[in-house]
Design a protein around this ligand. Structure first.
Ligand SMILES: Nc1ncnc2c1ncn2[C@@H]1O[C@H](COP(=O)(O)OP(=O)(O)OP(=O)(O)O)[C@@H](O)[C@H]1O
Ligand SMILES: [Mg+2]
Length: 281
């Protein structure tokens, strides 16, 4: 048996803040096999982004501190890697896309020059860089890519910027794409289009994906596994089928109850009843 691509064991991360120590991630464990998709779901502040950034040590240390645990990437502990090893992994092996394209796209450079730089850095063997840029813009559904690549980010719509960011991440051919709330800033139709495209590309490229979301409804059909985070802890981890059909934790049940039922119309708007969760814990 090959080791999993990613094996996070008993990970705890805290922050030193003015109000004292904040335990953002507490004893987190999960695994991901090559080519598989994991959803990390949970409310705001539950530790999803901190977990994602920790994978390549992108958290500012301090205030962040790794209290315990291991992050095994292809069998090697990220927490013991040298800065040089980490640079190789970031972008090249583990790529990120964020909710806000502005966190990845630089406003003063064209789309072409930004994707080209990523390719040069992580895939020095590529000789025709423009052709490669066009290929990835086309792959994410940007029409007329040879012309669009000469645009600056502000010349593209929000959805197109998001696609350009995905193209940049994919152009490095990562083994793992971490998508942190990639579509929540977009309208629902464009969200669905981009998620569809991600699904198709994941299958074609055979890469693993970690999809971070508030939205339980998009997991079905898109993710193999689900980790549910609640106040810094992974309270549930399993195949999405298992978790959706037999949720164990009261918070997961509450989340599932919030998924709008097909054909149910908009009569009832569910909200999460935290007091009921506390009572059930
Ligand atoms: N740089 C930081 N300094 C101090 N505290 C931080 C820092 N980054 C995150 N935190 C804290 O860690 C906790 C987890 O934050 P995290 O960003 O992982 O939440 P999240 O689950 O991604 O939430 P959201 O759904 O709103 O994005 C929060 O309490 C947050 O305030
Ligand atoms: Mg977050």
């Amino acid at each position: 048996m090959n080791p999993p691509l990613l094996d996070v064991r008993d990970l705890s991360i805290s922050f030193e803040t003015e109000e004292g120590r904040l335990d953002a991630v507490i004893g987190s464990s999960f695994k991901l096999d090559p080519g598989k998709t994991l959803a990390i779901v949970g409310e705001s502040g539950s530790g999803k982004s901190v977990t994602a950034l920790a994978l390549t040590r992108l958290l500012p240390e301090p205030p962040a501190r790794f209290v315990s645990g291991e992050i095994l990437w292809k069998g090697a502990d990220v927490l013991k890697m040298t800065p040089r090893q980490l640079r190789k992994i970031r972008g090249g092996e583990i790529a990120y896309i964020f909710q806000e394209p502005s966190t990845s796209l630089n406003p003063v450079h064209t789309i072409r020059s930004q994707i080209a730089e990523a390719i040069r850095l992580h895939r020095p063997e590529v000789s025709d860089i423009d052709a490669e840029v066009v290929k990835w813009l086309d792959a994410v559904g940007i029409v007329n890519p040879a012309q669009r690549m000469r645009d600056y980010p502000h010349q593209l719509s929000g959805g197109m910027q998001q696609r350009a960011m995905i193209a940049m991440a994919l152009s490095c051919q990562p083994d793992l794409l971490v998508a942190d709330e990639p579509t929540t800033a977009l309208d629902v139709t464009i969200q669905a289009q981009i998620l569809d495209q991600l699904r198709e590309l994941r299958e074609r490229l055979g890469m693993a994906v970690i999809l971070i979301t508030h939205n339980f409804a998009i997991i079905r059909g898109l993710c193999d596994q689900v980790a549910v985070m609640f106040r810094g802890r992974i309270v549930e981890f399993g195949s999405s089928e298992e978790v959706l059909s037999r949720p164990q934790h009261p918070y997961t049940r509450a989340l599932i109850d919030c998924i709008p039922k097909l054909g149910a119309g908009h009569k009832r708007l569910h909200t999460i009843d935290y007091a009921a969760i506390e009572r059930a814990l």
